[in-house]
Design a protein around this ligand. Structure first.
Ligand SMILES: NC(=O)C1=CN([C@@H]2O[C@H](COP(=O)(O)OP(=O)(O)OC[C@H]3O[C@@H](n4cnc5c(N)ncnc54)[C@H](OP(=O)(O)O)[C@@H]3O)[C@@H](O)[C@H]2O)C=CC1
Ligand SMILES: O=C(O)CCC(=O)C(=O)O
Length: 488
């Protein structure tokens, strides 16, 4: 059955107008809980559409950057108010389009509102310092200027929060934006941009171009009029974005994968550690760059931890994210489902022991969706694929260790360094972990996922381009420092 009546087509937003792609092509954005449920039709744009969007952003730049910081902040306040008014509708669209449960989608939308309010306040904060000059009659100070037109390329896993934690600071600091959302969540993206339009954002300041990564994403990266590119997604694409940006001298910022460890020591509160492992690893079906993936447990508590974890995982209710009984929704797409199932197969083939889960769920009410069971492995060795590569699915690997030193050595032995947690009551262990764990986000007695918008966020090693997003750190990417010397 195909539910096709009254389905809306969502357009690009270029220079303050909703317009179809010049290609005339659209595609259906579907519900991963039921592939027959079409959320809307979205544009498959071509390079012509991107050209128009970049020209509009370039044209809008001089008047937008000339507005005062508080004035730009006022637009962000208004966007927050519109998003707040439409929060339930947008959260429901997110759940239907991406699959995360409705409470998770509502939480993310609330985060989006808070992000807009935080960066609205940025318009009122200082942007420079006075520095003593060697010339006693001179005044020397720093100020900041916007980068210019910024390309925003985002993934599907946080379709409201990630675009907003990039676009809100971009706008607050005086840049204009060309926004290319993931194809899987383009309807949610269109609704976000509707909020911006409703808030009265001037034409050209934000331009939405839907379409494929290789055409629109690549086009943004290569466009000579785009001064900076901010990207979140896979390492494979991120690396290419970085290389192309360097080649033409554009500024770039990459947030990519994680292989995030939890370390559970023998003095840990095991109930807390289990709850945090389940929440950090399996919420949003493990589709977070900060998701827990490897769990290092000290031998003395390995068996009780394992038993508690398995009994908690077996209680998890998988289903449509709109159903209030559901704790874990589907994976975002059929491609992602096959990718996760292939990692699970690899885990078994390489000799890990499957303790629970591992199957696609195909019961009557789930058969048209992309559901996979929450999965736990043990006997996972450091060289196995499931211990090294980002799975981006609800899969946990248990690894027994004897000491904190061994746990830290193994936890650090991957190319990623995004987020990590430890569970212990010992201050010495906490301090060793904080110091020696190679991760941009280290958390003690708390899950690996769930970043706070007012704090810097980013990874070490191959998890990022070593830049940081969110909080005040965003100013470093979205502006350039100008050192000014004035003599009367
Ligand atoms: N760190 C994170 O938060 C995320 C990590 N991932 C990882 O990536 C894997 C694959 O997910 P996927 O969605 O394919 O991630 P991608 O890295 O392919 O997609 C992220 C964004 O980049 C765009 N893009 C794709 N190709 C290019 C290109 N050549 N130039 C510029 N932009 C491009 C995508 O467009 P389009 O929509 O057309 O694909 C999307 O908007 C996941 O399994 C997971 O491991 C995925 C999402 C988020
Ligand atoms: O854990 C979070 O809150 C954010 C995760 C994230 O940034 C991502 O998955 O891309």
């Amino acid at each position: 059955m195909t539910l096709t009546t009254g389905i809306q087509t969502y357009l690009n937003y270029i220079d303050g107008k909703w317009v179809p792609a010049s290609t005339g092509e659209v595609e259906a954005s579907i519900n991963p809980a039921n592939r027959h449920d079409v959320i809307g039709y979205v544009q498959i744009s071509g390079r012509d559409d991107l050209e128009k969007a970049v020209a509009a952003a370039k044209n809008a730049l001089s008047s937008w950057r000339k507005r005062s910081g508080p004035e730009r902040g006022e637009f962000l306040h208004r966007m927050a108010n519109v998003l707040e008014r439409r929060a339930d509708e947008i959260a429901e669209t997110m759940t239907r389009e991406m699959g995360k449960t409705l409470p998770e989608a509502k939480g993310e939308t609330a985060r989006g509102i808070a992000l807009l309010r935080y960066y609205a306040g940025e318009g009122m904060r200082k942007v420079g310092d006075v520095i003593p000059s060697t010339d006693s009659e001179g005044l020397m100070f720093t100020t900041r200027v916007p980068l210019g037109v910024v390309g925003v390329i985002t993934p599907w896993n946080f379709p409201v929060a990630i675009p907003l934690w990039k676009m809100a600071p971009a706008l607050a600091y005086g840049n204009t934006v060309v926004f290319k959302p993931a194809e899987e969540t383009a309807v949610t993206a269109a609704k976000l941009v509707e909020c911006m339009e409703e808030a009265g954002l001037p034409a050209g300041v934000v331009n939405l171009v839907m379409g494929s990564g290789p055409v629109i994403g690549q086009g943004i990266v290569d466009h000579p009029d785009i001064s900076g590119i901010t990207f979140t997604g896979s390492n494979e694409v991120g690396r290419r974005v970085g290389q192309r940006a360097v080649a033409r001298g554009a500024k770039f910022q990459l947030e990519m994968g994680g292989k995030n460890p939890v370390i559970v020591l023998e003095d840990a509160d095991l109930d807390l550690a289990v709850e945090a492992t389940v929440s950090g690893g399996l919420r949003t079906a493990g589709q977070k760059c900060t998701a827990t993936s490897r769990v290092f447990v000290q031998s003395a508590v390995y068996d009780p931890f394992k038993e508690k974890l398995l009994s908690r995982v077996k209680e998890i209710q998988v289903g449509d994210g709109m159903d209030p009984r559901t704790w874990m929704g589907p994976l975002v797409s059929e491609e992602q489902l096959h990718r996760v199932l292939s990692y699970i197969r690899k885990g078994v083939e390489e000799g890990a022991t499957l303790l629970c889960g591992g199957r696609r769920l195909e019961e009557e009410n789930l058969k048209d969706g992309f559901f996979v069971e929450p999965t736990v492995f043990e006997d996972v060795t450091p060289e196995m694929t499931i211990a090294r590569e980002e799975i981006f699915g609800p899969v946990l690997a248990l690894i027994r260790v004897d000491t904190l030193e061994e746990a830290l050595r193994l936890a650090n032995d991957v190319p990623y360094g995004l987020s990590a947690s430890i569970f212990t009551r010992d201050i010495g262990n906490m301090l060793s972990f904080i110091d020696e764990m190679d991760a941009g986000l280290v958390r003690v007695n708390a899950e690996t996922a769930g970043v706070e918008l007012q704090a810097p966020f980013g990874g070490m090693k191959q998890s990022s381009s070593h830049s940081r997003e969110q909080g005040r750190a965003a100013i470093e990417f979205f502006t350039s420092i100008k050192t000014v010397f004035v003599k009367g």
